[in-house]
Design a protein around this ligand. Structure first.
Ligand code: ADP
Ligand code: MG
Length: 700
C-alpha cells in the first residue's frame, strides 16, 4: 500500500539527514513523505524559452540565456565591491554582477563552459546586467526536464542552513522518483473523476510540482483545489443533514403574551415586510421539533436587532431563556440599553454579562441565570464560558460575528441537554463562498428591505489637505442638531506609520470646535471609561465622537448624521461599509466622508470609487471578493470544519466551491449515510482529514 509508503519519515529520503529533517519539521512542519508531497510550490517559472543576449531589454521579467563566461573581474571599493562576469552566447553580451558570495562563484563557475543563466535583466552604464543570476550547468537533460521550474517558500532559518528553493526542488524530485508511478491511492471515487474529467491524485501531485506545461499545472491545481473544497462541503453538508435528521430541538409552539403584548403596545414602529417574513420563518423552524440553525443576513441598518428581540420573546413565551452575543462590549451595552428601553415596563428581566461585569453583580447574574429569573442575557464571548449555567436556555442569538463558526456554535450545545435554537445575524459583506463554508450548515433568511423613510447616505471623497471645508460641513450639521463620528486608524501617534490618530485628533478638534463637546473611544481605554464616553455621545451630551474602529459594528445612534473616516485608504471595503452604516439610521440626510492622503494606489482609488458609487452591501461584497488577494482566508481557520486550505482560495475559486458543493449534495442525496461501498473512500478520507480535530461525536 502506498499510503504506508507516504508515512515514511523524511529522514528516509536520500539527501535528508537528521539535521535537515529537524529543520523541515521546525520551519515548515514537514515530517513524513506525504507532508513534503503536499508542500506545493508557490509559483512556477517557465524555463522552456531561451533568449538571445541580443534580445534582452531592461523591461523583461525573468529570462534565461545559454552561453559562456569569458572573464571575471573584481570592481569597485567598499560596499560597491562586486564581481562582474562577462558572458556571451555569440549574439551579444551580458554582465553578471555579484555583490555577495564572490569567492564561491569564482571557485565554482568555470570559464568557457556552457551555463544557463536565469535572472532579471537591468541596464547599467548602457550594458545589460543580470544581478545575482541563477547559474546552472547546461546539460541537455536538465533543459528538457526544466520546462516549468517550481519555486518553494522557505524561511530565513532554512536559507541560513543552506536549504533554499532549489534544495527543496531536489527533495521533491527525489521523492517523486521514490514513489512508484501510479501508486498513490486516489482519494476521490473513480467515477467522479471520470465525470469531471479530472486527473488522478497520483498525476495531480506529480504535475503540481513538475508540470511539463502550464496547462498541466492548471489541471493539477483544479483537481487538488476541487478535492480540498469537496471534502469541506461534504463535511459541512453531512453535518447539517445529520443535525436535521437526528437532533431534536425545543418546541416553541406558542406565540404568547410576551410577544403579543410587545407587538401591540411597545413596538415603536411598523415592522418592515422583510422583518415580518424573517420572524415567521424562524418561528416555523422553532416549532418544528428540530433545532433551528439560521443565518439572517441583512444589510447595515435593516433592523436586525428588533428581529432578534422579538424572536427571543417567542422563547420566553414558551418558558425558555434566551441570550444574545455581541462582538464588542460597546455593542453588548448598547443592546442591553435598547432592549430595556423597548421592553419598557414589561416584566422581563434582562441582564448583561461581559468581562466588565464583576463581583457581586456577576454573581447575581449567575444566580439569576441558574434560577431562571434572568430571562434575557446580553453579552460578549463571556456568555459561552463553561461556568455560565442556564436554567433552561432555548435560544442563542449571535450578532455580527463573522468568525463564529461551527466549532464555537457547537460549544453552545453544552448549555442545555437539548441544544438551543441558534440565530446568527450578519450584515452582508461576507462573500458567498465564505458563507457557504463557514455557515454552510445554516439555513438562510434575508432582510432585503430597509425601514421606510431612509435617505441613501451621500458618500464623498476628500483629500486631507483641505480640512476647513470638512470642518465647515461638520459645523453645519451640528448646527442642525446632528452628531458626528470621526474615525481614525490609530490610537496614538506612531513612529512607523504616518497615519492620523485618535488622541491627537481629540486635542486638535477641541481647538477647532471650542463650542462643542467631544467624546473619545478606543480599544486601549478602560472599559468603564469607554462606556461612559460612549454614553455621553448616545445621550447627545457630546456632539462629536472620535474613535477607532471599535465602533465599526452595530453601534446605533440614529441622530448621528456624519461619518468621517480618516486615512480611509487604510480600510477594506467591508470595513468602510460597516463604518458608514453607523449613520443613515434616522430620517435625516446622512453623509459619509472618506478622507485620504493625496497619492493613492490604483486599488485604493477603485475601492473609494465603489464606496462613493453605491450603498448596496451586496454589490460591495462582490467587489470586495474581486479585490481579495490570494491567501486571504479570513474566517476559514476558525470555522472548525474547514480544513486548512492549501491551494484553494475561497475568494478566487468560487466556481470550484459551487461545483464541490453540488457534487457533495448529490452524493448525500443518493446515500445520506455514505454507507455504500463505493462511498467508503469518502468516509475514510474524511476521518483521515479530521484526525487532529475535535470530537464531533456529540453531533453526528
Ligand atoms: P442592523 O440591522 O444594522 O443591526 P439595527 O437593528 O441597529 O440595524 O436598526 C437600525 C435602526 O433602525 C435602529 O435605530 C432601529 O430602531 C431602526 N429600525 C429597525 N426596524 C425598523 C422599522 N421597521 N421601522 C423603522 N425603524 C426601524
Ligand atoms: Mg446590528
Amino acid at each position: 500500500m502506498s499510503s504506508a509508503l507516504l508515512e515514511t519519515p523524511l529522514t528516509y529520503l536520500p539527501g535528508i539527514g537528521p539535521k535537515r529533517a529537524e529543520l523541515l519539521q521546525k520551519e515548515l512542519g514537514l515530517q513524513a513523505w506525504e507532508d513534503l508531497l503536499y508542500y506545493f510550490p508557490y509559483k512556477h517559472i517557465d524555463r522552456s524559452r531561451l533568449y538571445r543576449t541580443s534580445e534582452l531589454t531592461s523591461d523583461m521579467p525573468f529570462v534565461q540565456v545559454k552561453g559562456r563566461f569569458v572573464s571575471f573581474e573584481q570592481m569597485g571599493e567598499g560596499r560597491k565591491k562586486r564581481l562582474v562576469g562577462h558572458f556571451t552566447d555569440g549574439y551579444g553580451w551580458v554582465d553578471c554582477v555579484w555583490f555577495n558570495s564572490q569567492q564561491y562563484i569564482l571557485k565554482s563557475v568555470k570559464l568557457h563552459t556552457d551555463y544557463i543563466l536565469f535572472g532579471r535583466p537591468s541596464v547599467f552604464n548602457g550594458r545589460i546586467n543580470l544581478n545575482h543570476p541563477d547559474v546552472d550547468p547546461a546539460d541537455t537533460l536538465m533543459l528538457s526536464k526544466m520546462s516549468m521550474q517550481p519555486y518553494y517558500q522557505t524561511t530565513e532559518k532554512m536559507k541560513k542552513a543552506g536549504v533554499n528553493s532549489r534544495t527543496l526542488e531536489k527533495f521533491t524530485s527525489t521523492l517523486l522518483r521514490q514513489i512508484p508511478p501510479a501508486s498513490i491511492v486516489d482519494t476521490l471515487p473513480r467515477n467522479m473523476l471520470a465525470r469531471l474529467c479530472m486527473v488522478s491524485l497520483d498525476e495531480a501531485l506529480r504535475m503540481a510540482h513538475y508540470p511539463s506545461t502550464s496547462q498541466e499545472l492548471t489541471q493539477a491545481n483544479y483537481r487538488l483545489k476541487f478535492e480540498e473544497l469537496f471534502y469541506v462541503q461534504l463535511s459541512v453538508l453531512r453535518y447539517a443533514r445529520l443535525r436535521q435528521g437526528t437532533i431534536r430541538g425545543h418546541v416553541f409552539s406558542r406565540v404568547g403574551t410576551y410577544f403579543n403584548s410587545f407587538y401591540s403596545n411597545n413596538l415603536p414602529f411598523q415592522l418592515t415586510e422583510a422583518q415580518k417574513r424573517v420572524i415567521r420563518e424562524m418561528h416555523a423552524d422553532m416549532k418544528s421539533g428540530r433545532q433551528m440553525n439560521r443565518l439572517v443576513q441583512g444589510d447595515v441598518g435593516s433592523g436586525k436587532t428588533m428581529v432578534a428581540l422579538m424572536t427571543m420573546l417567542i422563547a420566553l413565551d414558551n418558558g425558555y431563556q434566551a441570550c444574545i452575543m455581541a462582538p464588542t462590549e460597546i455593542l453588548a451595552e448598547q443592546h442591553l440599553a435598547t432592549f430595556r428601553k423597548m421592553l419598557g415596563d414589561m416584566p422581563v428581566r434582562v441582564e448583561l454579562l461581559t468581562g466588565m461585569v464583576k463581583g457581586k453583580r456577576r454573581k447575581s447574574v449567575f444566580d439569576g441565570l441558574q434560577s431562571g429569573e434572568v430571562q434575557i442575557l446580553v453579552g460578549t464571548h463571556a456568555v459561552i464560558e463553561d461556568n455560565v449555567q442556564f436554567a433552561n436556555l432555548g435560544l442563542v442569538v449571535i450578532d455580527e460575528q463573522h468568525r463564529f463558526g461551527v466549532a464555537q456554535r457547537a460549544k453552545l450545545w453544552e448549555k442545555n441537554s437539548t441544544p438551543p435554537h441558534i440565530l446568527v445575524m450578519t450584515a452582508t459583506p461576507i462573500p458567498r463562498t465564505l458563507a457557504m463554508t463557514l455557515y454552510g450548515d445554516l439555513d438562510v433568511s434575508v432582510i432585503d428591505e430597509l425601514p421606510p423613510g431612509r435617505k441613501p447616505i451621500q458618500t464623498t471623497h476628500m483629500y486631507d489637505n483641505a480640512p476647513e471645508k470638512l470642518y465647515n460641513g461638520i459645523n453645519a450639521q451640528i448646527q442642525e442638531g446632528r452628531q458626528v463620528y470621526m474615525v481614525y486608524p490609530l490610537v496614538k501617534e506612531s513612529e512607523k506609520l504616518d497615519l492620523k490618530n485618535v488622541e491627537a485628533a481629540y486635542v486638535h478638534l477641541q481647538k477647532v470646535f471650542p463650542q462643542y463637546k467631544i467624546s473619545m473611544v478606543h480599544g486601549q481605554m478602560k472599559p468603564s471609561d469607554k462606556e461612559a464616553e460612549m454614553q455621553r455621545f448616545v445621550s447627545g451630551e457630546t456632539q462629536i465622537l472620535v474613535a477607532t474602529t471599535v465602533i465599526e459594528v452595530g453601534v446605533n445612534v440614529p441622530n448621528a448624521s456624519v461619518m468621517v473616516i480618516q486615512n480611509a485608504e487604510r480600510f477594506g471595503l467591508a470595513q468602510l461599509h460597516q463604518l458608514r452604516g453607523r449613520v443613515g439610521r434616522g430620517a435625516s440626510q446622512s453623509y459619509c466622508i472618506l478622507v485620504t492622503k493625496y497619492d493613492l494606489s490604483k486599488d485604493t482609488r477603485r475601492r473609494i470609487d465603489i464606496m462613493t458609487e453605491t450603498n448596496d452591501g451586496f454589490e460591495i461584497a462582490e467587489a470586495d471578493l474581486r479585490f481579495r488577494g490570494p491567501g486571504d482566508l479570513e474566517g476559514t481557520q476558525q470555522s472548525g470544519i474547514a480544513f486548512d486550505l492549501k491551494l484553494a482560495n475561497l475568494a478566487k475559486d468560487g466556481q470550484i466551491v459551487q461545483l464541490a458543493r453540488d457534487m457533495a449534495s448529490e452524493i448525500l442525496d443518493a446515500d445520506p449515510m455514505l454507507s455504500s461501498s463505493e462511498n467508503r473512500i469518502l468516509v475514510d478520507r474524511m476521518r483521515y482529514l479530521k484526525r487532529d480535530e475535535m470530537d464531533w461525536s456529540n453531533i453526528s
